[in-house]
Design a protein around this ligand. Structure first.
Ligand code: ADP
Ligand code: MG
Length: 637
């Protein structure tokens, strides 16, 4: 927060004096971006200030539950916005919780907001000078005020404290905090005064402010009044009635969208809005959204959702584990009438009532998803595109919901390069004698579709699921199967498709020539160090060879993922399968017979290295591999 090297450090402990502080380094960077922003929709600053004011009112409401002194002073929450044409200022005043001196230092001298941090990371990662769009998408919080301000003053008094403070900054690396005379201070709450810069005077127009508020902040839970000049009569522009308490029939989709934006800090339109009231053993109201685009932290290792828990309209806390991790992209508000109001945040999270509510919400959301899936394929496809990889985590983590989730899951396969196939479709297209649901896992469905291991399946018209999300490697091993058919990797174990007829039968099925048996034996000996076994394949039709995971142990893709996470001992030697009908194999077999191993050896090594390359791996010794290949090229006439 404050740096030891700060020149003004000596003064800081004298609380009767103004003190000067340097911003935390990343705030400085953010401010730099804000003051030079080319982002055209600068009106987001107002949305941010209003959202902070409303949060502050909700915090005070919560704290006064357990603090009688606060309860006694707290008035009805209100946000008041005042325009001053002479001073060229906009003031956003709230009667919320307010800030102590320490609050000011930690909240307005550093970065409190995780969305803001993500914004900075993204800007830094992409090294983009062009912030347009990004600012709007993130909601960069309080500091966005510096897009329109030369100077910002924050006069504040923490509810229940005697001292008031004024924080002030021109957004150029430093800020000051001074004690504020109580005659100038609010009883409690905060007054943010924006001294508009030259380019931003448009915001002094009352209609402009009114329009921004109705568009962006109409659904905040605190009423908002506008005064077009100090001392003027105020005009109410937002009623502050919590949206979820209104009957559905009285809410427009715009209001829902607006509320979603405030809740999620995303500025797209929700793909799904679900608003319902549960009655019965526990009573609660839920307003839930599935975002229309991917939030940035979707694959954050913490993998937590964010839900706002209210008890009879009082915000108790953000709860992170109300919904299972595979629904962490859902943004929702739940307002319960049954939890005790004075429940502490920690207790609320773990209370059995809340656990039951979480389960019921999960079921309902699954139902809603299923409904879309059945009635609006296009919409479902976009939800699946954004969140399918997350929802599939549920197949692994939530066995009790697996059947319902299987109903939603969409796959790419050898029959569809888009993710449109369902397991039901798959089962309906089973071939005669087919005993399993076949899949291949990897990083990219297109590449998987070209894998040698699936050739034999293709030749028999057997569909292979192309699973290219990393979670796929996990659930296929824990899900027991679907409609009685087990999941089976085409890159592991013996292939069991001999009994399924080929689509185009080649005239006389040649039996394996004896030369090839000798080749198998020689390969086994030569490659013993890196290959577990060599065998003749039924899964190949076009390629000469491929690698297969051994029957015991893990599928090769899963072993690869786990070894990237440090579990290298799980990697086993693969099995080499060769295609006896392939010209290269037959030629190699006769070469071995006629000229002996010394001559054939290089090509035997090449064979297995080519199979590695087909799997997207490197040859075992790339330099030797290229030498062998070059030598071969020199020989070919
Ligand atoms: P966020 O609202 O996401 O936390 P902001 O940058 O908008 O991030 O605000 C930073 C912090 O400043 C808030 O978390 C809050 O602690 C404090 N703050 C800002 N405005 C107010 C206000 N009007 N009343 C009380 N605290 C405020
Ligand atoms: Mg904020």
């Amino acid at each position: 927060m404050t740096k030891e090297t700060d020149p003004a450090a000596a003064d800081k402990n004298d609380l009767t004096q103004a003190a000067d502080f340097g911003f935390e380094a990343n705030v400085e960077q953010l401010l730099e971006l804000m003051t030079h922003s080319v982002y055209s929709e600068k009106d987001v600053f107002l949305r941010e200030l209003i959202s902070n004011a409303a949060d502050a009112c909700e915090k005070l409401r919560y704290e006064s539950l357990s603090d009688a002194k606060l309860a006694a002073v707290a008035n009805a929450p209100l946000i008041k916005i005042t325009l001053d044409q002479d001073k060229r200022t906009i003031t956003v005043a709230d009667n919320g919780i307010g800030m102590s001196r320490n609050d000011l230092i930690s909240a307005l001298g550093a970065i409190a907001n995780s969305g803001t941090r993500l914004f900075l990371e993204k800007i830094n990662k992409e090294k983009t000078e062009n912030d347009s769009g990004l600012i709007g998408r993130f909601g960069v919080g309080f500091y966005s005020a510096f897009m329109v301000a030369d100077k910002v003053d924050v006069a504040t008094r923490r509810a229940g404290e005697d001292q008031a403070w004024i924080w002030s900054s021109q957004g150029k690396g430093r800020y000051s905090i001074a004690p504020l005379d109580l005659s100038e201070a609010p009883d409690y709450g905060t007054l943010v005064t924006i001294h508009l810069n030259k380019e931003s005077e448009e915001f002094l127009e009352p209609w402009r402010i009114e329009k921004i508020i109705t568009e962006h902040s109409g659904a905040v839970s605190t009423p908002i009044d506008l005064l077009s000049a100090p001392g003027e009569e105020s005009k109410r522009i937002a009623d502050g009635v919590a949206l979820w308490t209104k009957p559905k029939s009285e809410i427009t989709q715009e209001e829902y969208t607006d509320f979603y934006r405030q809740l999620s800090g995303q500025f797209d339109a929700p793909a799904l809005t679900a608003h319902w009231r549960a009655e019965g053993r526990t009573e609660y109201t839920v307003l839930a959204f599935i975002p229309g685009s991917k939030p940035l932290d979707l694959f954050d290792p913490a993998r937590k959702g964010k839900s706002k828990l209210y008890v009879r309209r009082v915000l108790i806390s953000q709860v992170t584990d109300l919904l299972p991790a595979w629904l962490r992209f859902v943004r929702l508000v739940v307002d319960s009438a049954d939890l005790p109001l004075n429940v502490s945040r920690e207790v609320a999270q773990k209370s059995p009532e809340l656990v039951a509510i979480g389960k019921a919400i999960t079921s309902k959301l699954l139902q809603e998803l299923t409904k879309i899936c059945e009635t609006d394929a296009e919409k479902f496809a976009s939800i699946w595109e954004n969140f399918g990889a997350v929802i599939k985590e549920g197949l692994h983590e939530d066995p009790s919901r697996r059947d319902a989730l299987f109903g939603l899951t969409r796959f790419a396969s050898t029959k569809s390069d888009k993710k449109t196939r369902t397991l039901k479709d798959y089962i309906a297209d089973l071939k005669e004698n087919q005993t399993a649901i076949y899949y291949i896992t990897g990083e990219d469905a297109k590449r998987l579709a070209a894998s040698p291991q699936i050739e034999g399946y293709r030749a028999r018209g057997v569909e292979v699921l192309l699973l290219d999300d990393s979670v796929d490697a996990f659930w296929v091993t824990s899900a027991l199967g679907f409609e009685g058919k087990p999941f089976k990797s085409v890159t592991q174990g013996l292939s069991d498709i001999d009994a399924i007829p080929l689509i185009e039968k080649s005239e006389a099925e040649p039996t394996t020539p004896p030369d090839v048996d000798a080749l198998v034996k020689a390969l086994k000996e030569l490659l013993a160090e890196s290959i577990e076994d060599v065998r003749i394949s039924t899964r190949l039709t076009e390629s000469a060879a491929c690698l297969i995971a051994s029957d015991q142990g893990l599928d090769r893709q899963l072993a690869k993922i786990l070894s990237e996470h440090g579990q290298a001992d799980l990697i086993r030697k693969p099995i080499l399968e060769i295609n006896p009908k392939h010209a290269a194999i037959q030629r190699l077999a006769s070469l071995l017979r006629e000229k002996g191993q010394d001559v054939a050896q290089d090509r035997m090594h090449l064979l297995v290295d080519l199979a590695r390359v087909a799997d997207g791996e490197l040859p075992q010794e790339p330099a030797i591999f290229t030498k062998r290949l070059a030598k071969l090229m020199a020989e070919v006439s």
